[in-house]
Design a protein around this ligand. Sequence first.
Ligand code: ADP
Ligand code: MG
Ligand code: MG
Length: 884
Amino acid sequence: MSTKKVYLFPEGSKDQKNLLGGKGANLAEMTNAGLPVPAGFTITTEACLDYYRDGELLSDVLMEQVYTALDQLEQQTQKQFGNDVNPLLVSVRSGSVFSMPGMMDTILNLGLNDKTVVGLANLTRNPRFAYDSYRRFIQMFSNVVLGIDHYFFEEVIDGLKEKRGVSEDTALSAEDWQEVIGRYLEIVQTKTNAPFPQDPKVQLSQAIEAVFRSWNNARAKVYRKINKIPDDLGTAVNVQLMVFGNLGDDSGTGVAFTRNPSTGEKELYGEFLINAQGEDVVAGVRTPKPIADLKEQMPSIYKKFVELSSLLEVHYGDMQDIEFTVERGKLYILQTRSGKRTAQAAVKIAVDLVSEGKISKEEALLRIDPDQMDQMLHPRIDPNVTLQVIAKGLPASPGAASGSVIFDADEAEKMTEKGQKVILVRPETTPEDIHGILAAQGILTSRGGMTSHAAVVARGMGKACICGCEQLKIDLRNELVVIGNLTIAKGDHITIDGSSGQVIQGTVPLIDPNLSTEFEQLLLWADEVRRLKVRANADNPVDAKKAREFGAEGIGLCRTEHMFMEPDRVPIVQQMILADNEEEQQSALSKLLPMQKEDFKGIFAAMDGLPVNIRLLDPPLHEFLPNMEDLVVELTKMQYENTNTQESVTTEALLKKVRALHEFNPMLGHRGCRLGMTNPEIYQMQVEALFLAVVESKQAGITVSPEVMIPLVGHVQELKALRRMVIAVGEKIQEETGVSFDYTIGTMIEIPRAALTAEEIAEQADFFSFGTNDLTQTTFGFSRDDAEGKFLHTYVDQKVLPENPFIVLDQAGVGSLIKMATVAGRKKKEGLKTGVCGEHGGEKNSIQFFHDTGLDYVSCSAFRVPIARLSAAQAQLNNSVKKN
Ligand code: ADP
Ligand code: MG
Ligand code: MG
């Protein structure tokens, strides 16, 4: 740490954001570039950290440096702090490393007191202005430093305006403001038992302290949490000569963006007020005018501002958000920073800046936050609308949807066929609801977590979904939802926002996602740069087609169980599971085979020329059977009513089977390759269907490259046995059809033992695909739904874990296993193909890790493919930046 804690503006530069804060660094940069910036100095973020370290005390060393800088400011401005004739007035402004607009405090007009205000009145020959400035200062200082609520001061002004019969502050005279000031000083005396500080040096040191303290005010803390800004950075303080926009009609103040922050259009976008101080524009006391009006009201100022703003944009190579003030016909720039913008604007601006020759393609790629892209890929709520939020659940699948509430999947389907938009509301969803999910605009459940069926399916479909919304009391019998004292009936309209988890009453206008030409352009640049391939997880031809449109280079995971979950197939699957003898079972399997074959053909057609990875059945069989508790209830009812004995016999038999298949912990139970080992006929049927589809597709002129994937392998012997089975079926089909074809056989790595014995496993595998969802569950020993529903948020809040490991890959644990398995696998088999098919495959930080680990591809849901393409490019670029 340096002993220098105070920098005059000309001593800093834009590269010193860490030390001077964003605002200070940019004020310095603009000063040195010759822009009209009022003189001043910056107290460093280090001084703020000292302040906290010293038990909230300003050190003498610091104040000495502050007073030295103040002397220099006096010389530069030819004004004196506390002087009655020519007083120096300053603003004391917060400014942290990352911009936190409006979160911390700023005090204007500091240096005014009962005497200097007279000097200011004489000097400007404008007593009204001088007293207005003083009352603003007292109010701001009292609020920020002394903690007195604005309300007490506003009350005084409102009372006086009423007495005078005027509605605008501007209608009050100098004498009125003097009266207000008198009352203000009394308020301070009563509330603090001390007079308002008249000594400008005392005002200054107290203001500096207050700005330091505002780093830790409640809203700043919340803002940092939302935006993942570290709590230990501290804020800088800028002390700057005041310029006045409230000196009359030749003065004013405003804010402007160099481009439209919502669309990205290249146009000056902003607002201003004549005869006002900076905070008036944002605080909404008066309605500002569009910046275009400035062209008529102050043509030469407008011209100058346009020049300066484009200069700033070129200088920073990015869209700027600029504060300005006009004092008696002279323009001053008070702040510039990279402007916050929507995803759509971010993309358009970056691509436009490249075509204008202001930044390189690489810079454009690095500038876009992949997380923000999500906004562009789903319909979303119009941000300009006020919402009636009635409940909040887990944001399971992003996007927004409106429709009427329906509680039953069949009904959802029927209503949709009639052209209605519906939201399917269920305590939870099961495979049997899939058609309802497909039909509905969105899904809302009161139980279940982020991997609940509804969530997984909805994400795959790019459909809005909120899960685990426990405030909902769903009464299926009466078809009602009760939320507190609000009741929503079937047919009522609601909107769900799957990005925030908000349930909203009524219909909210939605805006379509738009893959603008700029977005497509940016993604093509990403493709030129990235090394990682990007595939999609897709289970049917429709999703496969969509994935390809979004740029997927193949399918990384086709979950065949989803083919079993189609409503017309569930009875056949149940027949297969419940079969008493081999014959019955074969009959069910032979009905399923052609269906599955057609699905595969559809997917191969959509992915003509690209690899398709097919995973054999993964979930436990009881997932395809009715719920045990429901059956018990049904049976009891039947027995009680003593009706239809034949039906109750069937139900009893079903219940027996369901009981037999019941598991204590299905996640670690009889599923994946374990099912393949004990019930080989199911896998055999699937592989047969797959290879027949390969043959028929080839005959239809389609280029197919299938990869057969065995799930949940933990021991090489499992893979060895199942590999043998696949090869046997492959040989049989080639022989029977006379058509030869190529395929590979590999495994998911989703059990730690598989990663630990990767070298052995590689001997039997042509590829590894890391199933990072299950690998995270099995490595941590967390069941995701239980963890997310019960304790994971506490872990993240208390910083036990930096992030939810189901969203951002845990590099130290799960990542180590991936790295280790990749190295070991490739030791056995040089160039072993490796990929990722968990949700992490579409998350930017995880993608950086997969890139660094040397994997070949990531696979994610179709709607995240563009995000993955961009993230993969950034991963590559970040590394080359690091190397330079
Ligand atoms: P924030 O970070 O919340 O925007 P600022 O420190 O930028 O806070 O200041 C709040 C308002 O006061 C802005 O409109 C700014 O332009 C204005 N302002 C700050 N310092 C001065 C100054 N020296 N002269 C005139 N206006 C100022
Ligand atoms: Mg500002
Ligand atoms: Mg798995």
